[in-house]
Design a protein around this ligand. Structure first.
Ligand code: APR
Length: 250
């Protein structure tokens, strides 16, 4: 029996599946991952110079310009066949998604995301008073490279608006984290496109196994989680998830 067929049987029996996704989930949409390849984000940019509160306090125009560049990149990136397969799967079984990704491709493919554990690029809020910033940003063409840009001002307190992502050293949103932990109470968990290097998100598959779940990793390369899951399935998101969806729905 193929991996897809065996997984489909397990998921059909359970009537549900939990999914933890990482940057690899969006790689086939043209959004660079953080690590591993020559053109990954962190091989091009220094995370400590961009994705920390200190970086923001030191040079917010540099940080804001980098996130605006990422927002424009995401806005023009189409959900891929993997995103679409997960959304289609949800027509047949209960699909619960916890994602480390700050993009909105799961939602644009039609999925409901239980938890964005690292926040969202587009959930803007005031750095000073914390209020959500609802005003639409001016449209921005994807740029070849980030440009420094001044962030908008908060409508309430005139503070600087920041992206709603979790920076290194910041705590995860407690409500999102609790919802992500809730997804680990499952019979089957798919771990798609994560290096498994960033905690506490990387502990979710281990928690699921402790709850008795059968955990399968979909990743063309081995990761820090490969030895801790039941099966490493060496496929990409856009290869494996459509195979699984087809096996389950035909
Ligand atoms: N399909 C599936 N997996 C893929 C694909 C693909 N098409 N392409 C790459 N991968 C895998 C890589 O092999 C790697 O294991 O996706 C993983 C991407 O790892 P990272 O770039 O480290 O991304 P991620 O695990 O999501 O990073 C976690 O780190 O920088 C922080 O907050 C950021 O949420 C991010 C966190």
């Amino acid at each position: 029996m193929s991996v897809a067929a065996d997984l489909a049987r397990r998921i059909a029996d359970a009537g549900a599946v939990s999914v933890l996704t990482g940057a690899g989930m969006s790689a086939e949409s043209g959004i660079p991952t953080f690590r591993g390849t020559h053109d990954s984000l962190w091989s091009t940019f220094d995370p400590m110079a961009l994705a920390t509160e200190t970086a923001w306090r030191t040079d917010r125009d540099l940080v804001w310009g980098w996130y605006r560049w990422r927002m424009a990149l995401v806005a023009q990136a189409p959900p891929n066949a993997g995103h679409r397969a997960l959304a289609a799967l949800a027509q047949h079984v209960d699909v619960r998604i916890a994602t480390q990704n700050v993009d909105d491709l799961h939602e644009r493919a039609g999925s409901v995301v239980d938890a964005h554990v690292h926040g969202s690029l587009f959930a803007l809020r005031c750095f000073e008073c914390g209020r959500a910033h609802e005003a639409p940003l001016d449209a921005m063409e994807p740029q070849a490279a980030p440009l420094r840009a001044a962030p908008p001002f908060c409508a309430y307190c005139d503070g600087d608006v920041r992206p709603g992502v979790v920076w290194f050293g910041e705590a995860l949103p407690e409500d999102a984290w609790q919802r992500a932990v809730a997804t680990t109470h499952c019979a089957v968990m798919l771990v798609v496109g994560t290096s498994g290097l960033v905690q506490p998100a990387a502990s979710l598959p281990l928690l699921a196994r402790r709850h008795g779940a059968y955990v399968v990793e979909l990743n063309p390369a081995r990761s820090a989680l490969s030895d801790a899951v039941d099966l490493h399935w060496p496929v990409t998101a856009a290869e494996g998830l459509p195979l699984l969806q087809a096996a389950l729905t035909t």
